[in-house]
Each structure stands twice: as C-alpha cells, then as structure tokens.
Design a protein around this ligand. Structure first.
Ligand code: TSB
Ligand code: ZN
Length: 583
C-alpha cells in the first residue's frame, strides 16, 4: 500500500487537495472555521469547526461536487508572505488561525496561500493550480477533539485522498476496499474470533472459543517444532518486581512502554513487557558447564505494553499480548550456528503457512538517541558487527534500519508484506551481550574457567495475537483444515429419516477428535448448504437416504461443487491425514 506522506509529489498534491476541501466547505458552510489539514499516510484530512452542523454521509457528496466545480474553474494557487502583525490582522476573527500564528516560532516566515476566493494560512508548498486536484475522493468523516484534548470542543474531521490520474485513484480505492473486506477486526467479529470490551480496556482483546481454538493449534504446531529442536518450555508469572526490571535495564530504557508500577505491601510490581528477565533467572537457577550449552528456554508468555490508545488495532497491535518467546543461552562460538537454526525455523514456518513476501531487517541502534539504548559503544559495536557477520555468512539479503534495535542489542526482524496493506513485523531474532552481564550469568568453559554466555532472544510467530491477525487477513477467514474452528459440518437431508445416522456420525467423529458440528434445524438443504459455505467450513457432509443405506458419507470441500462418497473409515482417514500433515 502506497504511503502518501513518503512520496513528495503525492504529498504536495494531497495537501493542496486539503485546501480545495476547505474552500468547498467554506462555500457550502460560510460560517466554517478551519484548524489543521495535514497529509497522512492514507491521504489527507482537515479538522474544521462547522458550528452546529453535524455532517452526514450525503454531505460528503455535496462537498465533493463543489470541489470538482472549483477544480474545473482552475484558479492559480498563489503564495504571500506576511509579517506576524499582518497575519494576526488578516485572521483577526478566526481564533483557530490566531492560535496557530501565536504558536509559531519567532523566526518562522508566515505564509498564506490564496486560490480564488479562499485564503489559508499555510507553510506550503502547493501545486500550481487547483486544476491539478482533479482525481480525488472524500473517504470518511469523524469527530475529533480540538488539539486532541477530550476537554476541548469536538471538531469535524473529513478524510480524503488525491492522485494524479483516475487509474491511480481507482487502484488505491480498490486496495482500500479489499483491505476493508479482509480487515481482521471485521472477520474476527463475524467469525467470533475475538472481542473487546471497554470494561477490560483498549488493546486487551478477549479470545472467544473460535479464536482460542485457532490459537491452540498454533501453539501445538510451534511447540512440537521447538521441542524437536531441543527447546525446554517453562511457565513464569506475568508480573515482576520493579527491581527485576531495574536489574535488566528495562526500567531505565523501556519504562515508557510499560504499565506503571503497583504497590503491594512494601513491594513494587510491574506487569512485564518482556520475558527475558524471568528466563535469565531460570538459567541462573543451576550451574552450567559449556557442555550444557546451548540452553533454549521457551515460553508462550503474556506481556503488557503501553501502546498509545490511538495505535492499538484489533489483534495486530495490542497492550496485552502473548509472545511465542524463547531465550537461547550460547557460547560465543555457538552464535552463528544457533542463529542459523532460528532463521531456518522461521523459514520453515513461513513455508508451512505459504508466506512468501518478506524482508529481513537488520535493526540497529540510533547512536544519537542514547536514552533509548544501553550506553556502551564497545558492546554495541561488537554486537552489531557480529550480527552482520552472521547474516553475511548465512547469505540472507537484508536492509538496515537505524533506531529499531532493542535497548539491549541489535535485532534481525522479519517484515512481512500482506496481500493488502502495509508491512507487519512478525518474527524477530536478537543478539544480546548485555542481559547475561546484568544478571551475572555464567558457565564453566573447557578450561574450568567462568565465562558469560551470550543470549539470543527470538520469537517465531512474534506474538500469537499479531500472527492471528495476519492469518485472518491473508486467508480472508478461510482456514486450512487443521486450523479451522469447525472442521466438518454435517447436514441431514431429511430430519425424520436421517437424524439418527447423523447424530451417531457426529458423536463418532467427535470421539475421534474431529471438530464437528451438525445442522438439525428444520430448513431446506440448499439453505443449510449455503450457510455452511458462508461460515467457510472446510468440509460439509450431506447425509441422505443413500448414505444411510450404504453406511457411507458424502462430502464437499469448501470452494468445490464436487461431491465425494466414501466409507466412514475412509472419510476419517482422509481427515486425519490432512490434519496431521497440516496441509
Ligand atoms: C523476542 N525480548 C524479545 C523476545 O525475547 C522481545 O520482546 N522482542 S520484541 O519487542 O521485538 O517483540 C517480539 C515480537 O512481538 C515482535 O517482533 C512483534 O511481532 C510482536 N509485538 C510487539 N509489540 C506488539 C504489540 N503491541 N501487539 C502485538 N504484537 C506485538
Ligand atoms: Zn527477550
């Protein structure tokens, strides 16, 4: 998905279109006053005070029509510069503009842009004439507090987008529509995957039974893989004392992303934002020899992070998340090998899920932003060089991103490009020389000397939350058999004659661990078939007289019109093979 703000030409065009919007609004609502109209990644918006008017859907069409008229008229967009006094005089009856002018730095040149009968205070730049704003669309409107403060007046915000050609606009609008259809919040609600409730809080999703089923399958899947690779899984509490996070360094470098501390008796606790400190203590519980390493401590661990309320989004960006986390304790010589194993695991998971469109990002620290990172230049150089060396030896292509590292070390993150919409960061594999030092971890090397291990932090799915959001949007809610909350739906053709057989088939399949439902409503076969398809159930079984007489099963796969008839045992074998192979 194109990011309009990142494209200079598009950015200017959209900014001019915001002015065009304001001009049209001023024509239709002469009392209108305007606050700010910035360009955003999806186009532009303008915040305005329309007095008592509350916009309705049809108003957008009226405004668009007026915008078209002004654009056709083709007035030039002309820049004027003014002194502060002139500007204050010019906008003396507009409290919003006065506020803007008064808050401008002393040395800033104040400028206005005029097009026909409309002038707006603006830094610019703009396109030459309003004619260039020809291919636009107003997308939506909403209320927005003046200056984002809930104690202030509610302004009306209108969103829009503008392109240099009809083709580009259409392509963008199609992508937006596709995104709306695939949005995991929409499908998640329809399919009862998760819910939110204001009494629980923003960014704190509740996983409903269907979502929990999917998550459970994902957990089993990755657990099996990790177990085969020698991971040891633990359970640890999702709180820790403030001292734990002071020891790790989170308190100094990650506090702004954490929920505030709570006092219990004489101790202060925090909800954990990461699991590393707990896993460091698990490692430290025993003495280790170099022969024990690598030690791989895994956990499906719940974390809490303070994400801005405007940033939380369904399951994709949450405040309460469950990481598919592990910390690998290795000798310096084992870093390369162990890193390769993690990258191979990521690639094998992506292959299983058909994820093909991804990029590796080497996330480095921003040396200018000392507060965010543990301050030890030598350690950072060592870690970043080592990680580069590992990536080069693995011959995986990557790009570098300054300022994306964890406070304790550089990361290899995987940015996945979904079918529509912007990239998401799923997997991560990170190199850390710091936390083992902070927790005074050690092992005895082959000379009998004490050494400090290196830690690799890794999460393959990232979080189950974000991965499930991604999965829903990629599949449009049509899951492979092994992940589907209901795998098989059985429909008896005639309740009078076929219910008994259906019931026994249903309970037999359930006994065999198949997730099954049956539709005993007194509805037409075609209606029930259609509903099974609407619910995107992978296998629909139809039981009629032929099946009852021959003790067989007739089934249809989602997306196919073909019906296959087999014995009950064959049917079960077929299901089990497909489920076990996670095909
Ligand atoms: C891998 N300590 C490491 C861990 O050992 C860690 O926490 N890394 S992380 O901060 O990068 O988070 C791991 C993954 O969690 C990210 O790659 C991302 O996929 C996912 N994630 C991060 N923040 C959120 C969030 N707010 N909502 C959902 N998933 C998130
Ligand atoms: Zn970690």
């Amino acid at each position: 998905m194109i990011n309009i703000r990142e494209d200079e030409k598009l950015s200017v065009l959209n900014h001019s279109c915001a002015h065009l919007l304001a001009q049209a609004v001023k024509h239709l609502y002469p009392e209108a006053k305007f606050w700010v109209g910035p360009v955003i990644s999806e186009g532009f918006y303008y915040d305005m005070d329309l007095g008592d008017v509350t916009l309705k859907e049809e108003d957008l069409q009226k405004i668009e029509k007026e915008m078209k008229k002004i654009s056709k008229d083709g007035k030039r967009i002309v820049r004027h510069e003014l002194s502060r006094e002139e500007a204050l005089e010019k906008f003396h009856d507009d409290p919003y503009k006065i506020d803007l002018i008064e808050n401008m730095p002393e040395d800033e040149v104040i400028s206005c842009y005029t097009q026909g009968d409309f002038t707006d205070l603006c830094r610019g730049p703009h396109v030459e004439t309003v004619k260039e704003c020809k291919y636009f669309k107003l997308l939506k409107f909403s209320g927005s507090y003046y200056k984002g403060d809930a104690n202030n007046k509610v302004l009306q915000r209108i969103y829009g987008v503008c392109f240099p050609s009809q083709e580009e606009l259409d392509a963008y609008l199609n992508e937006l529509e596709e995104m709306k259809q695939r949005d995991h919040r929409k499908i998640g609600k329809e399919q009862e995957i998760f819910m939110n409730h204001e009494l629980v809080g923003a960014g704190m999703p509740l996983w409903l039974p269907n979502g929990a089923l999917i998550r459970h399958q994902l957990e089993n899947y990755i657990y099996e893989k990790e177990e085969k690779m020698g991971y040891q899984h633990v359970y640890t509490p999702c709180v820790g004392t403030v001292d734990l996070y002071k020891t790790s360094g989170h308190w100094d470098h990650y506090k702004e992303d954490m929920f505030p501390a709570m006092k219990v008796d004489d101790e202060e606790f925090v909800l954990r934002p990461m699991n590393c400190p707990h896993h460091m203590l698990v490692y430290k519980n025993k003495l280790h020899s170099y022969r024990d390493l690598p030690i791989r401590i895994g956990e499906f661990a719940t974390d809490f992070r303070y994400e801005a309320s405007g940033a939380v989004k369904g399951l994709e960006r949450v405040r309460c998340m469950c990481q598919n986390d592990a910390h690998l304790f290795v000798t310096p010589e084992q870093i390369g090998d162990e890193f390769k194993k993690v990258v191979d695991l990521i690639l094998s998971v992506y292959k299983d899920f058909g994820i093909k469109n991804y990029k590796f990002r080497l996330s480095l620290r921003d040396p200018e932003d000392k507060k965010k990172y543990f301050d030890d230049d030598e350690m950072w150089d060592k870690a970043e060089n080592k990680l580069r060396e590992v990536l080069n030896s693995l011959e995986i292509p990557y790009f570098e991103a300054i300022g994306e590292a964890a406070f304790y070390g550089p990361k290899l993150d995987v940015e996945v490009k979904p079918a529509v919409g912007p990239e998401v960061t799923l997997s991560t594999c990170q190199l850390d020389f710091l936390l083992p030092r902070r927790f005074d971890l050690s092992y005895i090397d082959s000379n009998g000397e004490k050494q400090v291990p290196v830690v690799i932090h890794r999460a393959i799915f990232g979080t189950f939350d974000r991965f499930t959001a991604f999965l829903i949007e990629e599949t449009k809610g049509i899951y492979p058999l092994w992940l589907a909350p209901i795998e098989v739906n059985i429909i008896p053709v005639n309740l009078e004659y076929h219910e008994e057989y259906t019931r026994s088939l249903e309970s037999w399949l359930r006994e065999e661990n198949i997730r099954v439902s049956a539709d005993y409503r007194n509805e037409k076969l075609s209606y029930k078939m259609r509903e099974s398809v609407v619910k995107k159930i992978p296998v629909t079984v139809i039981i009629g007289q032929k099946e009852v007489d021959s003790d067989t099963v007739s089934y249809r796969l989602f997306g196919s019109e073909e019906t296959t008839t087999v014995s009950k045992d064959e049917f079960l074998n077929y299901l089990k093979n497909r489920i076990e192979s996670r095909n």
